[in-house]
Ligand binder design. Structure first.
Ligand SMILES: [Zn+2]
Length: 413
C-alpha cells in the first residue's frame, strides 16, 4: 500500500481550515456560501484524481471510481460543520476517504475490484435548521418530509427555501435513495468526540453501533404553599420527588451500563417563598441494547412513581423523542478491529453516543461499521477539538486497511 499518503490528509485538513475557518473555528455550516466553497474545493480534488462526480437530489456529493464489479463500497463523511466547529469532525472522514480513493485508483490501474464511492453527506450537523443527518436520512428514506418542510432557521428562512438556493428541490430529496441501490457496505471514520479512547490511551477503536435514545419530560405535581407557615410534614413538594431522581439515574445507568442525563429542571411558581407546586425535569437515556434501554426507562418510571407516592405528589410522563439503537455489522466490526490491530497494535470496541450518518445507512439495511480516532480533551463541536497528528496518520492507514478488507469481502460474496 505504498501509494497511501496519510500526511497528505493532514496537509489537506489544514488547507481546508485555512480556506473555511476563522479565529473562532470552522464555519462550514451546510447550505451556506462557505460550505459551498468547501464543497467545490473537495470536488476539484476528486476530479483531479479521476473520480466521477455527481450531486444527488438531496445535495449529497458522490465521488465514484467504477470497478470490475458494480457492487459498491461506500465511504462516508461530511464537510459541513457546526458554527465555530473543529477541524476534524466530518472533514477527517471525508479527506481520509479521498486519500483512499487515490490509493485505490493508483494501485488498481484505474479499475478497482469493486466500485468505490466517497459520499459527502449534506447537512450532517443540522446546525442551521436543528435537524441532524438531513442528507443521509433523505437517502435512507427515514426523513420525515412533513416535519422537515416546517423547519426554519433563525432568520425564518424555511428549509425548502434554503435548499432551493442551492439548486435542490425539496419535493425530490428522497429520490436520492436510488444511490444506495448497489451499496454492499458502508464505512465511516470519525473522531470519537468523547474521552473513552483518551482514557484508555488508545489511538483507535471499532464502533459497535449507535445508541438508542429515550427522551422524556417528567412532571411532578404537588401543591404550592407558604414557605413559612407550612410544616415540613404537611407539604406536597413537587421538587422533592424530582430531586430524588437525580441520584437514582446514576444507579440506573450503573446497573444497566448505559447513560442517563437530567438536562433540565423547571419549578413553578419558582419563587423563594413557596413550596414547589410543579416541577418538570427532562430525562435522556441512551443504550446500545434495546432491551437494556427499555429496562432503564422502566426503572426510571417505577422510581418516579415511588418518589411521587412517598412525597404525596403525582407524576406524569411525556415522550419527547425516541430512536432505536443501531448495531453495526458483526463481520465489519471484526474487520475494523483487525485493521486497527495491524496498524497500531491494540484495539478497543465501543458504542457511539452521538448519532452519525452511518446509523442512517445501517438503518437502510446496508452492512455498516465506523472507526473512531481518539479526541484530545475528549471535546468536539468546538475550535479546541483536536487529535494528535500521529493518531490521524494511524487513522488514515487503518481506515484504508479496512476499506481493502471490505472490498475483498464484497467481491467474494
Ligand atoms: Zn461529524
Amino acid at each position: 500500500m505504498s501509494e497511501l499518503n496519510p500526511s497528505r490528509t493532514i496537509e489537506e485538513l489544514k488547507e481546508l481550515r485555512r480556506l473555511t475557518a476563522d479565529a473562532n473555528g470552522a464555519q462550514r455550516v451546510a447550505f451556506t456560501a462557505v460550505w459551498a466553497k468547501a464543497r467545490s474545493w473537495l470536488e476539484g480534488k476528486a476530479r483531479e484524481l479521476g473520480a466521477e462526480i455527481e450531486r444527488d437530489e438531496a445535495g449529497n456529493l458522490w465521488m465514484t471510481l467504477r470497478g470490475e464489479s458494480e457492487k459498491e463500497l461506500l465511504i462516508g463523511g461530511h464537510i459541513d460543520s457546526v458554527p465555530n466547529g473543529g477541524w476534524l469532525d466530518g472533514s477527517l472522514n471525508t479527506l481520509a476517504g479521498l486519500e483512499i480513493l487515490r490509493r485505490i485508483k493508483a494501485e488498481s490501474d484505474g479499475k478497482p475490484l469493486v466500485t468505490v464511492r466517497l459520499v459527502d453527506w449534506a447537512d450532517e450537523e443540522g446546525a442551521r435548521f436543528g435537524r441532524s443527518l438531513f442528507g443521509s436520512s433523505a437517502c435512507s428514506g427515514n426523513l420525515d418530509l412533513e416535519e422537515a418542510r416546517a423547519l426554519r432557521d433563525k432568520d425564518s428562512i424555511s428549509l425548502p427555501a434554503a435548499l432551493k438556493e442551492q439548486g435542490i428541490d425539496f419535493a425530490r430529496v428522497k429520490d436520492s435513495g436510488r444511490q444506495l441501490a448497489r451499496a454492499a457496505a458502508y464505512i465511516e471514520l470519525h473522531i470519537e468526540q468523547g474521552p473513552v479512547l483518551l482514557d484508555l490511551d488508545l489511538p483507535l477503536g471499532a464502533v459497535l453501533g449507535t445508541f438508542g435514545v429515550e427522551r422524556h419530560g417528567i412532571t411532578f405535581h404537588g401543591q404550592g404553599a407558604h414557605s413559612g407557615s407550612t410544616p415540613m410534614n404537611r407539604r406536597k413538594d413537587a421538587f422533592l420527588g424530582a430531586a430524588k431522581m437525580s441520584p437514582q439515574i446514576y444507579r440506573i445507568a450503573e446497573r444497566n451500563g448505559g447513560v442517563c442525563t437530567i438536562g433540565s429542571c423547571l419549578t413553578k411558581p419558582g419563587i423563594v417563598t413557596s413550596v414547589v407546586e410543579e416541577c418538570r425535569i427532562t430525562l435522556d437515556q441512551r443504550h446500545l441494547d434495546a432491551d437494556a434501554l427499555a429496562r432503564m426507562l422502566e426503572e426510571a418510571r417505577e422510581a418516579s412513581e415511588r418518589f411521587g407516592k412517598e412525597g404525596n405528589v403525582t407524576v406524569q410522563w411525556e415522550r419527547i423523542w425516541q430512536i432505536e439503537p443501531m448495531p453495526f455489522h458483526d463481520v465489519l466490526i471484526d474487520f475494523c478491529d483487525e485493521s486497527i490491530r495491524e496498524t497500531c497494535g491494540k484495539s478497543h470496541r465501543l458504542p457511539s453516543g452521538p448519532l452519525h450518518d452511518a446509523a442512517e445507512v445501517a438503518r437502510a439495511g446496508i452492512p455498516t461499521v465506523m472507526m473512531f480516532v481518539q479526541s484530545l480533551h475528549g471535546i468536539s463541536h468546538n475550535k479546541i477539538e483536536d487529535t494528535k497528528e500521529e493518531h490521524i496518520e494511524f487513522a488514515v492507514t487503518a481506515f484504508d486497511r479496512l476499506a481493502e478488507k471490505v472490498m475483498h469481502w464484497i467481491a467474494a460474496r
